[in-house]
Design a protein around this ligand. Structure first.
Ligand SMILES: C[C@H](CCC(=O)NCCS(=O)(=O)O)[C@H]1CC[C@H]2[C@@H]3[C@H](O)C[C@@H]4C[C@H](O)CC[C@]4(C)[C@H]3C[C@H](O)[C@]12C
Length: 314
């Protein structure tokens, strides 16, 4: 399972991040695509040359991003959506065709705001074309975020769906509107300290903090993680400065992280949070920690060679 969140600090700097929950790593690294990299979209997509920084692998000299952000502060992450995602089997005339594997790169190379992406998506076909035989098409949906808002993009049998994500969270199946509606089941949850009550002659006193959020789901399934991440993200107090906001980002994501042994996949392998990654538009920096190395490491866009035309990995 995967979880993504977005928030802004008091000065409207966006922070965006995700947990990548899976049973194995693909050997992903922090990957920088300079503006002069020769990106050739597979179909008729454009390249407007924004520099891109994120997490991914390089296949056939193409950066395949799991999540990334660009030099304009626009970020995108792909999360599993099997059983619901259904891309077009071939390109469609008179539309902009984007292969599923290049979708995050196409978004980050071309746009400066969520509004611009949402407008462009009105005429986009996402095509089920694998990059090669080794990597089958991944069935995903995406969250796209900037300093103003986030959207969720789902391409299903009924075509393109773009949802305004006013809760700034995404996980996996089912569709975004189901997650959004399910939150109503938890509107009783609240961080306030519960006051003592009387039931008849008995005085009942809380035995500590936390009772008012009783019922918040603690299990790792996708709908429960959505509720938990939404609750944590919405109630975390505003913070000032880079360090406290990066802490906020990683702590919020840790509330929905998967611990090895909690949940097995169909093949019997346990899912775990392989890595947590995040982007600060405040300092244009990517951050990453892994399951085995929880140290949060920083990768500033400025530390890569912007004048090169070569992909750079760290
Ligand atoms: C497995 C990852 C999603 C994690 C997730 O959402 N887990 C949920 C588990 S569950 O189903 O809900 O149980 C996804 C996110 C991004 C994906 C990768 C990116 O899309 C980039 C390429 C795309 C290629 O088509 C396949 C390899 C790949 C390298 C993908 C492998 C895998 O599908 C990734 C890594």
């Amino acid at each position: 399972m995967c979880t993504a969140v977005r928030f802004v600090d008091g000065e409207d700097n966006m922070f965006f991040g995700r947990n990548l929950d899976w049973s194995f790593s693909y050997g992903e690294k922090v990957l920088y695509t300079p503006k002069d990299y020769n990106y050739q979209p597979v179909f008729n997509g454009e390249d407007r040359n924004h520099a891109v920084l994120g997490i991914g692998i390089v296949v056939d000299d193409t950066p395949l991003y799991f999540d990334c952000a660009n030099d304009a502060g626009l970020a995108v992450a792909g999360l599993n959506f099997p059983g619901y995602a259904e891309y077009a089997s071939d390109s469609v005339n008179l539309t902009v065709n984007v292969a599923a594997y290049e979708f995050p790169l196409w978004v980050a190379r071309n746009f400066t705001s969520v509004d611009d992406v949402a407008e462009a998506l009105k005429n986009v076909t996402i095509v089920a074309k694998p990059i090669n035989d080794q990597y089958p098409v991944a069935m995903l949906h995406w969250i796209i975020a900037d300093a103003t808002r986030s959207i969720v993009v789902e391409y299903t049998a009924s075509g393109m769906h773009v949802y305004d994500d006013d809760i700034d969270v995404m996980t996996n199946q089912p569709e975004f509107p189901v997650h959004r509606a399910n939150l109503i089941n938890y509107i009783n949850c609240d961080p306030a300290m519960v006051k003592p009550v009387k039931w008849g002659n008995a005085e009942l006193k809380p035995w500590g903090a936390g009772l008012s959020s009783h019922g918040l789901p603690g299990d790792p399934n996708s709908m429960s993680r959505f509720v938990r991440a939404a609750y944590t993200n919405a109630h975390y107090p505003n913070k000032e400065g880079e360090q406290d906001n990066v802490t906020r980002l990683f702590k919020t994501l840790s509330s929905a992280a998967m611990i090895e042994g909690m949940s097995a996949m169909a093949d019997g392998q346990y899912e775990k949070t392989i890595f947590t990654s995040g982007f600060s538009a405040n300092t244009m920096t990517y951050y990453k920690s892994t399951y085995d190395d929880p140290t949060i490491r920083a990768y500033a866009m400025a530390d890569f060679d912007a004048s090169s035309n070569q992909l750079q990995a760290k």
